[in-house]
Structures are given as structure tokens and as C-alpha cells.
Design a protein around this ligand. Structure first.
Ligand code: FES
Length: 263
């Protein structure tokens, strides 16, 4: 008798679809009776540019296995540049998610109102891709605590305006130049962005673990698995920004604590 695998993994997929193209494409797939994986839950948004990266980090931190963001094809956005905004925001988020091994669980793509078939194909392919990746590691009890803390750091990075400002100026810095009228080649900008994202993530991890109790550099280093000299550099930078203070000396070892920013 054929053995039935009762434990087959069925991914939980979340789809953000823009109202004017992709949602209409999904609707067309439905009325045309085109088959696609039923395990996608769709949230209709007015434009792909409306999808805040925090929505996606929140979903992935809550056991969603994969997130698909679909908008109008480039040049077709109802709000002119919403899909361009979505593209740069998703690129920034993917880089952040890559640090904790979740980048492959996010995909941005384009579907027009006439592309019911394309919508179904994209959903099926993404579902297959997530099946191959396996369940969201947040579901694993042993990994959950560490990953939740990583996602908390990611959400704080995303709430912070520093990274958003840099990402929002990408086009201007590459095409027109920075404040010193220097045009930055795209490869160099990518490198600056990668470094900034890594640094911001590490700084927010540090701020997170010294939010309640003062800790020394070696303690922080051990807790977030980062070399002590890197931790020290971040502490110096955070103190300059007024985000960290010296809490006390413990047998002459300085303990640092974060200073809460005014809401
Ligand atoms: S309206 Fe579809 S991406 Fe902006």
C-alpha cells in the first residue's frame, strides 16, 4: 500500500498585491479558473510602494514561511514611482534579512491586470521554492528566542530614519551626486549600503541587550558573537550619538547602558 506522508510541509505564504495591476491579475486567474497553490493569503494594498518593510519583518518573525510582493510592471505604476520605491525598499530589506539567513524568503515581482497566468506561475514557483527551503526556522523552539531577538533588531533598524534616508537618496547620489557633488558609482554605493546595514544591525543588537542592565564590552561581545574591538567601535560611535552612556565601573571594567531616545 502506498505510504502517505502526513507531515508534508505546506508553506504559509503571504502576498502583498497592488490594487491596480497585481490584484486584478490574481482576480483574472480566479475567474479564468487557473490553478495555483491555495496556501497564499493575499493582502490588497493600493500600491506596492505602500508595503512597509516592517510589515514583512513582522510576518517572518511570526512563522510566515515566505512573502511575495507583487506590483505593476516598471513604468505602469498608478502612482508613477511606487514600484520603484518598492524595489529599493525590498532591496534594503533583503540585505538585512540576509544577515540572519532569511533573504530567500522574500520575493518582489511584477504582474499586470492581464497576466492571470503569470500570477499563477509566480505563486506556484515561489511556493515550490519555499517548500525546498523548508519551514521558517522561527518555528524551531531552539532557534526561536535568538531569531526573535534578531528580528527585534531588524525592526529597530527599519524604524530608525538613518538607513531609510540613505536608501531614499540612492537615485540622487548615483545620478546627481552627494552633498559634495561627487557622483558615486553604483558598485560603491552598494558597498556603502551593505556596510551601513551590517553596522546598523550590530548597533541595534547592542542597544537591545544593554537596554535594561549595564554590560561590559566582553559581555556584549560574547552575547552577540562579535569581536570585542568591533563592539568597542560601535560603543564609541553610539556614545558620540548620545545613545549609550557609561553606567558604572565594575572592578574598574566599564559597563555601558543604552539611553532611551525620546519618542
Ligand atoms: S499601483 Fe501597482 S505598483 Fe503602484
Amino acid at each position: 500500500m502506498e505510504e502517505i506522508d502526513c507531515m508534508k510541509f505546506v508553506p504559509k505564504i503571504l502576498g502583498f498585491l497592488c490594487n491596480w495591476c497585481s490584484y486584478a491579475g490574481a482576480d483574472l486567474a480566479g475567474v479564468s479558473r487557473i490553478q495555483y497553490s491555495p496556501n497564499i493569503r493575499i493582502i490588497r494594498v493600493m500600491c506596492s510602494g505602500r508595503v512597509d518593510p516592517i510589515f514583512i519583518a513582522e510576518a517572518l518573525s511570526r512563522n510566515i514561511d515566505g512573502v511575495l510582493v507583487l506590483g505593476c510592471h516598471p513604468g505602469d505604476c498608478h502612482y508613477i514611482s511606487g514600484n520603484y520605491e518598492a524595489e529599493i525598499k525590498m532591496k534594503m530589506l533583503k540585505k538585512l534579512l540576509k544577515i540572519i539567513g532569511f533573504a530567500e524568503r522574500l520575493q518582489l515581482d511584477w504582474v499586470s491586470a492581464a497576466e492571470g497566468n503569470r500570477f499563477a506561475q509566480l505563486v506556484n514557483k515561489f511556493n515550490e521554492h519555499i517548500e525546498n527551503l523548508g519551514p521558517n526556522p522561527v518555528r524551531n523552539k531552539k532557534l526561536k528566542k535568538k531569531l526573535q531577538s534578531d528580528f527585534d533588531a531588524i525592526k529597530s533598524v527599519l524604524r530608525d530614519s538613518r538607513l531609510r534616508i540613505l536608501v531614499g537618496r540612492e537615485r540622487k547620489i548615483i545620478n546627481e551626486g552627494n552633498a559634495y557633488n561627487e557622483r558615486i558609482p553604483i558598485e560603491k554605493f552598494e558597498q556603502i549600503l551593505d556596510d551601513t546595514i551590517q553596522n546598523e544591525f550590530e548597533r541595534h543588537k547592542i542597544l537591545q541587550i544593554i537596554s535594561e542592565n549595564g554590560k561590559s564590552v566582553p559581555e556584549i561581545s560574547k552575547e552577540i558573537q562579535l569581536a570585542p574591538n568591533n563592539v568597542l567601535n560601535h560603543i564609541v560611535s553610539l556614545r558620540q550619538k548620545g545613545l549609550v552612556d557609561l553606567h558604572e565601573l565594575n572592578e574598574e571594567i566599564p559597563l555601558f547602558i543604552s539611553i532611551k531616545e525620546d519618542k
